[in-house]
Design a protein around this ligand. Structure first.
Ligand SMILES: NC(=O)c1ccc[n+]([C@@H]2O[C@H](COP(=O)([O-])OP(=O)(O)OC[C@H]3O[C@@H](n4cnc5c(N)ncnc54)[C@H](OP(=O)(O)O)[C@@H]3O)[C@@H](O)[C@H]2O)c1
Length: 376
């Protein structure tokens, strides 16, 4: 998918070129990082040490890093982290510059993507970070760093929500398409998605397609209909319809019971509408805390909130599987990535980008920053 101003689009043999470049590079002792300076405080660029990779880890020079709505929530509400300054960011893509003891699947110069987390050692709003090698995917040459940095967090919400265990902060426990019998397994079963144009929604549509669901019905603003159809949605329903009208429209599209509803938006209105339309025995997957009217909740219609962090122990094995299969999905085009807009001023430009996410000003594409550009 075309990037809005992605000049990182790879040319021929980027891996070989980078391998040469990286072998000549020096790893600095310190780096710039963007952090929330105090609980509910300002963002600021700080200087921190570059970590050494432990056994089983690699050190990666981050070329592109993705922004997520959770990051403005962490800063505004003072949630999720307890240490300050807190370096955030969890969507790094870059180049392996050092390999820890015992790592055999990666080498210096490899172009990679993986999921970070909001600890100062593993976060991605900085210039270098470490990662456990078994959770790292090599990038095929048809995917740029900017495109790759759209993947980790939104894909996490998608694979954990669809294929994670049926438990709180889990998933609907569907069979993943990379497991035996998983590809196309749910043929003929409808899938309803709230927020098809969100970054999470775009990946969910494509995983639902690999899983075989049909029809795939997604709500979105009408101007995003063609985009969603290009990803695999069979029907796009205007997200501004009332809940009653939405239910009526879905019933006109399919008479099959809706057993899977994925609400990537998870506002009170979408959660309630999703729950109303869900058939007994089905599962509603939500991405933020539950706000459904409590009196309607019944045992035969479980609501599962997903939390797509590979760094949660219960998600780790599924996440490793996803990253193992990711290169082939990217290379074949089975997984297309959202368009990107590159923010100016590297790490320093991130707070303004998060402000736009907070105001709901980003529609159908993902904001990316390039951490190698940063100033105090
Ligand atoms: N649990 C987790 O692991 C996890 C991981 C990632 C994100 N999240 C959460 O999931 C949510 C989505 O994140 P994201 O990064 O995908 O967001 P995003 O890309 O910033 O979402 C923006 C999109 O939301 C759509 N939208 C807004 N309100 C809508 C509504 N009422 N109905 C349908 N579509 C609506 C808009 O679609 P249109 O342009 O078509 O109007 C817009 O394109 C956030 O709350 C985020 O915090 C959770």
């Amino acid at each position: 998918m075309a990037a809005k101003n992605d000049t990182h689009t790879p040319t021929s043999s980027p891996s070989a070129r980078l391998r040469t470049l990286m072998s000549q590079s020096n790893i600095p002792a310190q780096q710039y990082a963007l952090a929330v300076l105090a609980k509910q405080g300002e963002w600021g660029v700080i200087v921190v040490d570059v970590d050494k990779p432990a056994p089983g880890e690699v050190l990666v020079r981050i070329e592109s890093t993705g922004l997520n709505p959770l990051e403005w929530k962490v800063q505004t509400y003072g949630v999720q982290v307890t240490h300050y300054p807190a370096i955030l960011g969890a969507d790094p893509a870059g180049v392996v510059v050092e390999v820890g003891e015992g790592v055999s699947n990666l080498a210096v110069g490899d172009r990679v993507v993986f999921q970070g987390t909001y600890t100062n050692r593993l976060a991605a709003y900085k210039q270098y970070t470490v990662a456990s090698a078994e959770t790292v995917a090599k990038l095929p040459d048809n995917v740029s760093f900017d495109q790759a940095a759209t993947i980790p967090i939104v894909a996490g919400a998608s694979w954990a929500g669809l294929y994670g265990k049926k438990q709180q902060l889990g998933g609907a426990q569907l069979t993943p398409p990379w497991e035996e019998g998983g590809l196309g397994k749910y043929a003929g079963q409808p899938f309803l998605l709230f927020g098809g144009a969100s970054s999470v929604g775009q990946i969910v549509i494509q995983l639902a397609k690999l899983s075989g669901f049909s029809p795939i019905i997604a709500t979105a603003s009408p101007h995003n209909a063609e985009l969603l159809k290009s990803l695999g949605a069979t029907h796009v329903v205007d997200r501004n319809l009332t809940a009653d009208k939405l239910i009526e429209t879905v019933k006109q599209i399919t008479s099959e019971p809706i057993q899977i509803v994925y609400d990537s938006i998870s506002q009170k209105a979408t959660q309630n509408a999703g729950y109303d339309i869900l058939a007994p025995g089905g599962t509603l997957i939500i991405t933020t805390p539950r706000t459904i009217d409590e009196e309607k909740i019944t045992e035969d219609k479980p609501v599962i909130r997903t939390y797509g962090s590979l760094h949660r122990e219960q998600n780790r094995e599924l996440g490793i599987q996803f990253y193992r299969h990711l290169p082939k999905y990217l290379e074949s085009g089975a997984l297309k990535l959202p368009s990107v807009e590159i923010l100016p001023n590297g790490l320093n430009g991130i707070p303004q980008g998060l402000e736009r996410l907070k105001k709901g000003q980003v529609s159908g594409y993902k904001l990316i920053a390039r951490p190698q550009e940063a100033t105090l």
